[in-house]
Ligand binder design. Structure first.
Ligand SMILES: Cc1cc2nc3c(=O)[nH]c(=O)nc-3n(C[C@H](O)[C@H](O)[C@H](O)COP(=O)(O)OP(=O)(O)OC[C@H]3O[C@@H](n4cnc5c(N)ncnc54)[C@H](O)[C@@H]3O)c2cc1C
Length: 441
């Protein structure tokens, strides 16, 4: 194939598919390359896709008979966990029942494939129905550069050329480094391993157990014993007839504490409360993937250079400040903005960094960079041992005493609380944490 594309996108994950959809709708000639057998085959996510951008890509997606999503979220739960107890903050509201939903649970192998089909439909409707492609089972080995400008990609012996390249390769950003946008070495302190099981339950049992109605769903994040003193946390999301149960754990912390992700997950699964939740279930899928901590320090030096843009988690666009992991919606928005920038560059006939810097400016104006900038302190706080070890132990210890009624004189709650503080932390540490929390949230 000698012809030149307007754009080559590397990676058919969320960022790459979002970019491809916008390019197809705007009559651009592009090649989307994915190394997996199909879009989504290599992807792992907990995962709730938050925000409203899906409705921009696939208007009224909720009306699709076989949409790629599982359930919409109207029930949120944050759980503190120690060895035997859980203490939860629980919020459910009918406010979240109407589309466009604020979050939908997805299973990536199904969702990405469905979204890729939608992109193919948009290609078929475009002026380049026969000249734009989604190519799977192809690994890009190199971004071709001439005078520090991206001119295409190489896969094996073959080269494909384009006016622009969007790298949307995800967190293992080898091409990003090869293109000189990130240092060769990313410290393990900034990376976590995500590990997840999909557990099948009879659909009626699942709906009754989690009080689901129609396609409503629940997301539950766990902090504390879920990772047994290792930086990170657990999650449980309801799908149509399965639950996604898993955790993310800091790579450095696991190494230092000599824990493996597999053992941590087994321990989490064997917690008495989790046992009750997944009773009777059958594991039908098991997967693991690296995920960024969302620390801004590891963001690549630049997100663009001549002929080149970086989208999604390849650019470390992710945030987890305690409320939710946001990687997919950040990837989607950055893919959309990346594609819009390429369309603008094509109109101008200029793909230099002078034009492509617009991408960074637009990204800075969106909630993606605003939130990343605004909540860095919260990200750091969440990753501190006080948060993933001491506070959950303290809260559960207090809960256990507070809810115990044992035919003995009831003690004042403040005394019970003081005891728990003494056992697991100190008032001074709590004041410091409260001050940090107040500042960062
Ligand atoms: C356990 C876990 C739970 C998570 N939970 C959530 C959640 O609940 N909500 C949320 O928003 N986010 C969550 N995330 C994060 C989220 O999954 C990522 O941030 C998001 O998938 C990033 O999207 P992306 O398109 O940038 O990259 P990816 O989705 O990783 O896609 C990259 C694609 O590029 C392809 N690729 C890579 N290199 C090449 C190459 N050289 N040639 C060709 N193709 C290539 C890959 O095969 C892949 O398909 C979770 C992550 C994990 C691991």
């Amino acid at each position: 194939m000698d012809e030149k594309f307007d754009c080559i996108i590397v990676g058919a994950g969320i960022a790459g598919l979002a970019a491809a959809m916008i390019l197809a709708r705007n009559n651009m000639k592009f090649l989307l390359i994915e190394k997996g057998d199909f879009a989504g085959s290599k992807n792992v996510s907990g995962g709730v896709l938050w925000g409203s951008d899906l409705a921009r890509l696939v208007p009224e997606y909720w009306k699709e008979e076989d949409g790629g999503w599982e359930r919409y979220i109207n029930h949120r739960r944050l759980t503190f966990m120690d060895r035997e107890s859980t203490f939860s903050i629980d919020f459910k509201s009918s406010h979240f029942n109407a589309p466009p939903y604020s979050g939908v649970v997805v299973l990536r192998s199904r969702f990405d494939r469905w979204l890729a089909d939608k992109v193919q439909e948009a290609i078929d409707d475009s002026d380049f129905a026969m000249e734009s492609f989604i190519a799977t089972s192809i690994k890009v080995d190199e971004v071709l550069m001439e005078d520090d400008k991206a001119t295409g990609i190489r896969t094996g012996e073959e080269e494909f050329h384009a006016d622009s390249v969007i790298i949307a390769e995800g967190v293992n950003n080898l091409l990003t480094r090869q293109a000189g946008l990130q240092d060769d070495y990313v410290p393990a302190d900034h990376m976590l391993t995500g590990i997840k099981e999909v557990i099948r339950l009879d659909q009626k049992v699942l709906e009754d157990r989690f009080q689901l109605n129609g396609l409503s769903g629940m997301s539950n994040e766990f902090i504390g014993y879920a990772t047994d003193g290792v930086e990170g946390g657990g999650f449980l999301y309801t799908n149509r007839d399965t639950v996604s149960l898993g955790l993310v754990a800091g790579i450095r912390d696991m190494r230092e504490k000599e824990k493996s992700p597999h053992d941590l997950l087994n321990q989490f699964k064997n917690h008495p409360v989790i046992q009750d939740t997944i009773r009777g279930g059958e594991v039908v899928e098991y997967s693991a993937h690296v995920v960024s901590s969302g620390d801004k320090q590891v963001m690549p030096k630049a997100l663009y250079k001549d002929g080149l843009l970086l989208c999604g988690e390849a650019a470390n666009l992710l945030m987890n400040a305690g409320k939710a992991i946001q990687g997919m919606d950040f990837a989607m928005r950055s893919g959309i903005l990346g594609a819009e920038t390429i369309i603008h560059a094509k109109k101008k006939g200029d793909f230099s960094s002078q034009t492509l810097q617009e991408y960074r400016r637009k990204l800075d104006e969106t909630y993606v960079m605003k939130d990343i900038n605004q909540f860095q302190d919260a990200v750091h706080m969440l990753h501190s041992p006080e948060m993933f070890r001491d506070i959950p132990n303290l809260v559960c210890d207090f809960g256990r005493k507070f809810f115990t009624i044992d035919s003995k004189p009831t003690r004042k709650s403040r005394r019970l609380f003081a005891e728990s503080v003494k056992k697991h932390s100190s008032y001074w540490d709590l004041i410091k944490l409260g001050f940090k929390g107040g500042k960062s949230l």
